[in-house]
Write a new protein. Structure first.
Length: 258
């Protein structure tokens, strides 16, 4: 079933469509950084492009867009992901990877491409679905973990297997041309937004790194050992890049018992 936005999952604990954030009181056509309450953490976009991290910035800043309760106009520059698709994309059959997604037009670096939308699940339902899969099943479920200043970790599980959008057809690459950013609009449930990591030519397949590493940052020794132990559960990678890791990333935490 196609849905442009994420929906509440089978366990029904979280409704991603619920508006829980207060809106800004800006009465201008476009909000201004340090004046708008939604932009108190800094500017999110340069035009329609995601603002690159400042020099020396170790961690990505959270992105909050203006929302349904804001008094600014629909043309506000802090409304990008919520406007949805702007590029013509095509689902196509790949040689080894099943279905894939490519662009039919040029996409500049930094532009929002599409959301990875699906059912927003709780941990128990996400683990139940993963453990029910066989080696022949395709896995679309993604686990996104955000590290907070308090040391806590915020988890979001999205599964477009049954309900989702065009993002479900994106394949993994060890050298991807997209990267994922959690973007919050109406509530703390993030939209999993995919932005262009580089200029992308018309006809090029779109991909991102399922592990969450942007351009495959080096794997630590501890992670390498863990990956070797998990190879029996992992599927081969056919991305064809020069830095291919041979296997698709795997989140083993969903296979473990509590």
């Amino acid at each position: 079933q196609y849905s442009p936005d994420s929906v509440a999952g089978a366990d029904g604990d979280i409704d991603p469509t619920e508006v829980t954030f207060p809106g800004c009181s800006c009465r201008t056509s476009s909000c201004v950084v340090h004046v708008c309450s939604c932009l108190r953490r800094g500017e999110n976009y340069n035009g329609l492009c995601l603002r690159p991290p400042a020099e020396g910035e170790e961690y990505a800043r959270p992105v909050f867009e203006c929302n349904a309760m804001c008094q600014c106009g629909d043309s506000c520059q802090n409304r990008v992901v919520q406007r949805g698709l702007h590029f013509r994309l095509e689902v196509f059959k790949t040689e080894k990877k099943g279905w894939g997604l490519r662009t039919l037009e040029f996409i500049p670096k930094g532009r929002f491409v599409c959301e990875y939308a699906g059912e927003v699940l709780g941990f128990n339902e996400a683990r139940r679905r993963i453990q029910a899969q066989t080696s022949k099943d395709s896995n679309y479920l993604i686990a996104v973990r955000e590290h907070l200043h308090s040391g806590q970790i915020m988890e979001t599980f999205v599964d477009p297997t049954y309900v989702g959008n065009v993002g479900r057809f994106l394949n993994h690459s060890c050298e991807p041309n997209l990267f994922m950013v959690p973007v919050r609009v109406d509530s703390m449930v993030p939209k999993l937004a995919l932005f262009a990591a580089t200029d992308i030519s018309a006809g090029e397949e779109l991909s991102y790194d399922y592990s969450g590493r942007f351009h495959n940052l080096p794997v630590t020794n501890r992670e390498e050992q863990s990956l070797e132990e998990e190879n029996r559960l992992r599927k081969p990678c056919y991305c064809g890049s020069r830095r291919c890791a041979s296997f698709l990333p795997l989140d083993s935490s969903l296979f473990s018992t509590p």
